[in-house]
Design a protein around this ligand. Structure first.
Ligand code: GAL
Length: 689
């Protein structure tokens, strides 16, 4: 064992960086793969905060591993370290971070194993490396630790635990070449995450259409069948903004050609014109393993991985030549016809279908690094492709990693458990990624309704009928409720769009766990020896599950299709029913049973929710008695011109003096020269439920 220097240097207020190990070797980091850079101007606007660790940090080299440990105490809750679907806080867990398809338990193998953990004490640690990482969150206790042995007798002591909380979070990476570690601090968890996001290049604003309604028809449909389904959306008065074509649009898939199939899609330009004419954007499914029959195959072959994936070549997307070949073909065959985005599938593995760890790549990057960065690299290439046209995309990817905060890609997978899908929505907010709980397999109309409600309050309101071919109106019993919630989603555009502007400029995640909203209470259960309690279960703290924050002031509490009721926990402060304006709770709980047909939504005291009306005016809903304010953002909805100042920023302030709320509209910036929309105040507040 060799002690390593951990000289943390202050880079921005509340951001410190150190490189451990052999610093002579220029290590490839996740952010260098992603080619993203800190938003220095924004980071410098934060207040200085003290370095978060008073106790010792451990940095050492043990054979071929670099070990990095930060102190942990019993009152802390730890979050993040990959996209988890079962747990919220990760205390007491051991994670082996690796890009993979989630397999039903949180062990670090996940679609976005972002190596960034955050503490309720107000700090976060980012191990900026594309190597696999082991993280022991208070499970690895050192002989001779300060607190000494936690020597408790299980026979007599109710505080006995199978695994006493260790004094450190211990991380290790099998690579001794310059491990970059970043420490972020902040007044609260949200500020820590904001700094991380801004360090990774800031957030993004989806194009407006991206926040509309998405539908993916059956994978084998031809152009006429897709056009027919889209027509049925109009006939059924059902909102639709994006159609996603699944593998069947390609002449070959698994491995793919990225070329339109001449039989199913004989006239791609005609098809695309039809979609564009109906105001429907087109998203194309791809997995990046190339068929020998693809026209770009010979060009890609010299840059291929030593092993095939799914019978195709896996190009080395870290090389500029490869990015150029792909971009040129995509621009010519897709973007020039109006394609608006992609679904980059299967860049996450499964192990049995990915290249092995001993595979080689022409760039010299290891198979391990390429696995960690494949999804990231593809997101980077696609983002650049659209940016070149001054066009924003909003797309999907099945793998991501640290450093991806600014890439407009949303993660999905092949699992379907409702609770996992829900947990993914807000856990993603800890680590600078986004997750869509897409509606796919439907067991009954009620299930369909609940899943549509959840997805409508998520980053992408999408039904993915790639294998079922299901259409919303197949479920007559619930069509009204489904139409209502998707229409509400569309009306919420000004609210959500402004929230994304906050993400883009200030790094505030749009979908956040309750731990980012409220002080968390750390609870430890007592040990009892009985059949009901598994005595091997680790005693770790619990966070509020099953509800989350969306944008500045809405709390979403979906009702699971698998449960008879849902209990909403209201943090301190007044919370109002979104629909009725009634006071719903304050430091209390409220039950909803399955007969409640809407998705429970609540607005916090002083909350303002701008909603779009059919005539283009904005209904400004105001909840509560205290003064409230909202920063309303708008621009052309599709280009990057906002970066040149072409946007509108308006402060909506509601003062509530004498119980009669008044709206004051103040323009902060009007770079578009456009007329302000009409804002109409609707005071929602009523009495108690
Ligand atoms: C899966 C993907 C599905 C669907 C399918 C098409 O990998 O997760 O959403 O796109 O491929 O074959």
């Amino acid at each position: 064992m060799k002690k390593l220097q951990a000289n943390f240097k202050n880079e921005f207020p509340g951001v410190w960086r150190a490189v451990l190990g052999d610093t002579a070797e220029a290590a490839q980091t996740l952010t260098s793969f992603a080619e993203v850079h800190p938003k220095a101007e924004r980071l410098n606007q934060f207040e200085e905060v003290p370095f978060p660790f008073e106790e010792e940090i451990i940095a050492e080299q043990v054979r071929d591993r670099v070990v990095f440990c930060t102190p942990l105490n019993e009152e802390e809750m730890i979050f993040g370290a990959g996209l988890n679907y079962k747990v919220i806080n990760i205390n007491g867990m051991v994670l082996h971070l690796k890009v993979d398809h989630f397999e039903g338990w949180d062990d670090g193998r996940t679609h976005a194993p972002v190596p960034f953990y955050i503490s309720s004490k107000g700090y976060g640690v980012f191990l900026n490396t594309a190597h696999y990482i082991d993280i022991h969150v208070g499970t690895a206790a050192r002989l001779g630790a300060k607190k000494g042995f936690q020597n408790r007798d299980r026979n007599t002591d109710p505080n006995w635990t199978v695994s006493p909380i260790a004094e450190y979070i211990e991380c290790s990476v099998k690579d001794t070449s310059g491990l970059e570690v970043l420490i972020f601090a902040g007044k609260n968890i949200t500020e820590v995450v904001q700094r991380y996001n801004l360090y990774c290049g800031g957030g993004y604003i989806p194009p407006k259409w991206g926040l509309g309604i998405w539908y993916r028809p059956h994978a084998h449909y031809n152009a006429d069948q897709v056009i027919d389904v889209m027509d049925r959306f109009t006939q059924n008065d059902f909102p639709i903004d994006v159609v996603g074509l699944e593998p069947g649009w390609q002449s070959r898939a698994y491995p793919g050609t990225f070329e339109w199939d001449p039989v199913r899609f004989p006239d791609p330009a005609g098809f695309m014109d039809k979609m564009t004419g109906s105001n429907i954007k087109v998203n194309l499914w791809e997995n990046m393993y190339i068929s020998p029959e693809a026209k770009i195959f010979p060009k890609m072959l010299p840059y291929a991985c030593s092993h095939t994936v799914g019978g195709g070549i896996a190009p080395d997307f870290s090389m500029k030549e490869v990015a150029d070949i792909l971009s040129e073909q995509h621009e010519r065959d897709h973007l020039s016809l109006g394609v608006s985005g992609y679904k980059i599938d299967e860049c996450d593995g499964y192990d049995f279908w990915m290249w092995p760890d001993h595979a080689t790549f022409p760039s010299g990057h290891t198979a391990e690094q390429m696995r960690s960065a494949y999804g990231l690299l593809l997101q980077k290439i696609m983002t650049a492709l659209f940016r070149k046209k001054n066009q924003r995309t909003y797309s999907l990817a099945r793998a991501s990693n640290g450093g991806s905060s600014s890439f407009p890609f949303v993660i999905y997978n092949d699992c379907y458990d409702f609770d996992e899908f829900l947990t993914g929505v807000f856990n993603a907010g800890f680590i600078g990624v986004a997750w869509v709980p897409e509606v796919r397999r439907i067991s009954n109309p009620y299930d369909f309704m609940r899943r549509c409600q959840l997805v409508a309050m998520s980053p992408v309101a999408m039904i993915n009928a790639w294998s079922s071919g299901v259409e919303p109106w197949h479920f007559k019993e619930v069509i009204k409720q489904i139409r209502d919630v998707f229409q509400l989603r569309r009306r919420m555009l000004p609210y959500l769009y402004s929230a994304y502007a906050d993400y883009c400029f200030h790094g505030v995640p749009v979908f956040r766990a309750m731990a980012m909203e409220t002080q968390i209470e750390v609870r430890h259960s007592k040990f009892q020896l009985n059949d009901a309690d598994d005595h091997h279960t680790l005693q770790h703290s619990v966070a509020i599950k099953a509800q989350y924050m969306m944008g500045s002031c809405i709390m979403v509490a979906p009702i699971s299709p698998d449960k008879d009721k849902c209990t909403v926990t209201f943090p301190e402060g007044n919370w109002y029913d979104f629909y009725t304006g009634e006071l719903a709770g304050n430091n209390s709980t409220l039950e909803f049973d399955k007969s409640y047909e809407q998705i429970p939504l609540f607005v916090k005291e002083g909350g303002i929710v701008p909603l779009l009306c059919d005539d283009g005016s904005i209904e400004v809903r105001y909840y509560g008695k205290e003064p409230g304010s909202f920063l309303y953002f708008d621009d052309d909805g599709e280009t990057f011109d906002y970066e040149k100042g072409n946007y509108l920023l308006v402060s909506l302030n509601v003062s509530a003096a004498n119980g009669s709320p008044k709206l004051e509209v103040t323009t902060i910036h009007n770079g578009t020269g456009a007329q302000l929309p009409t804002f109409r105040l609707v005071a929602m507040t009523k009495g108690s439920k």
